[in-house]
Design a protein around this ligand. Structure first.
Ligand SMILES: [Zn+2]
Ligand SMILES: [Zn+2]
Length: 282
């Protein structure tokens, strides 16, 4: 797999993100295109994005993803929020096109008080509009949620329904391990992971699974809370990630760590996941 991590620009921008990923031996990278907590959209800095692309290539970063703003809620029944979300999503797709970025990974949002059927149709319609303008080479990637309350995308079946409803070749899925565990998928063992991968193939199809977010979690199975923890130090544990590493049909995928802490923690987590994939940790 292309193993990498989410890098919070921290003011150093795209160049800093590449340096950080390279220091930690990552071959993949995820960033925010701008402040993830505002609806404000700035102009697209094309020269900076072209530099970013060249620096990634130099640093051996094979794949790159943008994580969209946390404000995005495509399932909202408030047209202001729904349209603002579509604008943010389209902007990130345009940034990805300008920077040669492979994936735009997004949360779908919450249905709120809406009947799920009505919400599902509304999300599908917005995704269709986002996909209308997508540039070649960019994938729009829907991330599974922890499935709390009325959150959209908490089951593989529901993600599969989006894939079939849209049928667009540039639509993909990202499976976050912490969210999957919190949604009730017992991916802490070989058997559990085998079941999970088989279900992912039957629902969204492995071809559509473009990315994983590799995060451990201390939340109980099915606890529906979105809390990330260090690789191997939570309930998924080394056994769960080893079982994922054993699935050779996933080797061409990208896996991004979104684990907490500072650079020392990031270095430890990158080291752990690399050792798991190298089969050193038994
Ligand atoms: Zn996410
Ligand atoms: Zn995630």
């Amino acid at each position: 797999m292309h193993l990498g991590l989410h890098v919070d620009g921290g003011g150093e921008g795209f160049d800093g993100a590449v340096d950080y990923a390279r220091r930690l031996g990552a071959s993949s990278l995820q960033i925010f295109s701008s402040n993830p907590k505002t609806y404000r959209i700035g102009p697209i800095d094309v020269p900076a994005l072209e530099r970013f692309r060249a620096r990634r290539a130099e640093a051996g970063i094979a794949t790159c993803a943008i994580h969209t703003s946390y404000l995005i809620n495509l399932a909202s029944d408030d047209p202001k929020i729904a349209n603002g979300s579509l604008r943010l999503l389209r902007n990130d797709l345009a940034v990805a096109a300008a920077g040669g970025i492979d994936f735009v990974n997004t949360h779908l949002g919450s249905y709120g008080k809406r009947p799920r059927e009505e919400g599902f149709a509304a999300v599908t319609a917005l995704l269709e509009r986002a996909l209308e303008g997508i540039a070649p080479g960019v994938f729009l990637v829907l991330e599974n949620s922890a499935g709390a309350g009325q959150l959209c995308g908490g089951t593989l079946e529901e993600l599969g329904d989006f894939v079939r409803a849209l049928g667009h070749p540039q639509l993909g899925v990202c499976l976050d391990t912490a969210h999957s565990w919190a949604a009730g998928y017992d991916i802490d063992s070989r058997e559990g992971v085998d079941r999970f991968v088989a279900l992912a193939d039957a629902t969204v199809s492995l071809e559509r699974v473009k990315m994983f977010h590799f995060n451990d979690t201390q939340i109980p199975l099915g606890g529906h809370k979105d809390r990330h923890w260090h690789i191997g130090e939570g309930n998924i544990g080394f056994a769960g990630f080893r079982a994922l590493a054993a699935h050779t049909e996933l080797l061409d995928k990208t896996a991004i760590l979104e684990t907490p802490g500072d650079e020392a923690d990031d270095a430890r987590n990158m080291q752990s996941i690399r050792l798991i994939f190298e089969g050193v940790r038994t």
